[in-house]
Design a protein around this ligand. Structure first.
Ligand SMILES: [Zn+2]
Length: 198
């Protein structure tokens, strides 16, 4: 329990398909008894939505160790729409970004020397992400090799993902390998996983 989440981010779905896909995923989770249709805001802190789906009678079938009888997981928030998602605790930028063309790694936050982003390095990405959120388009040329790279193809390091659909499981015990595999299979897309804490 507590103010932490496990998050799945679909990093391939486009914005138009995200809503219908979210609905199919919820339908599946409700039919399995993992969630209900009831909504609650209690114990969840996703910034994009106020309420999530309350766990169902068989929520424990989704977790790897259901042995704590006092554990009551919180709601699952479904986040539809292009956005960037950051795991961890309180960070708003990735540690680094790697060009998929030349492999050049650009440090954004130089831990442990600094806990603030290198604004000069990050600004181009921040601006491109804002355009991508707005329009779905975004290409940023690598400042080392010059190759134009689609924003969604840049490799953002550790817990920073762009996607149009994400699921926040608030206060759940660790989700099982089998559940995560089935979730991924049903999304039908590449999925990134994050952990985070308020
Ligand atoms: Zn490059």
């Amino acid at each position: 329990m507590g103010d932490f989440y496990e998050r799945f981010v679909d990093v391939e779905v486009d914005a138009g398909e995200a809503g219908p896909l979210a609905e199919r995923m919820v339908e599946w989770l409700v039919s399995e008894g993992v969630l209900t249709r009831e909504r609650s805001a209690e114990g969840m802190y996703s910034s994009q939505v106020r309420t999530g789906y309350v766990p169902g009678p068989r929520w424990h079938e989704a977790v790897s160790d259901p042995s704590d009888p006092g554990w009551l997981p919180g709601p699952v928030a479904v986040l539809v729409g292009r956005d960037y998602h950051v795991g961890g605790q309180g960070a708003d930028e990735p540690d680094a970004v790697v060009c998929p063309g030349c492999g050049k790694r650009t440090v954004i936050v130089d831990y442990p020397e600094s806990f603030e982003p290198d604004e000069e390095a990050w600004r181009r990405f921040r601006e491109a992400i804002a355009v991508w959120k707005e329009t779905g388009e975004g290409v940023l040329a690598c400042s080392t090799c010059g190759v134009p790279v689609r924003l969604t193809d840049w490799q953002f390091a550790s817990g920073f993902d762009l996607g149009a659909l994400a699921f926040d499981f608030w206060g759940w015990p660790p989700l099982s390998v089998a559940f995560r595999e089935e979730f991924r299979r049903r999304l039908g897309h590449r999925m990134e996983e994050q952990m985070g804490k308020l």
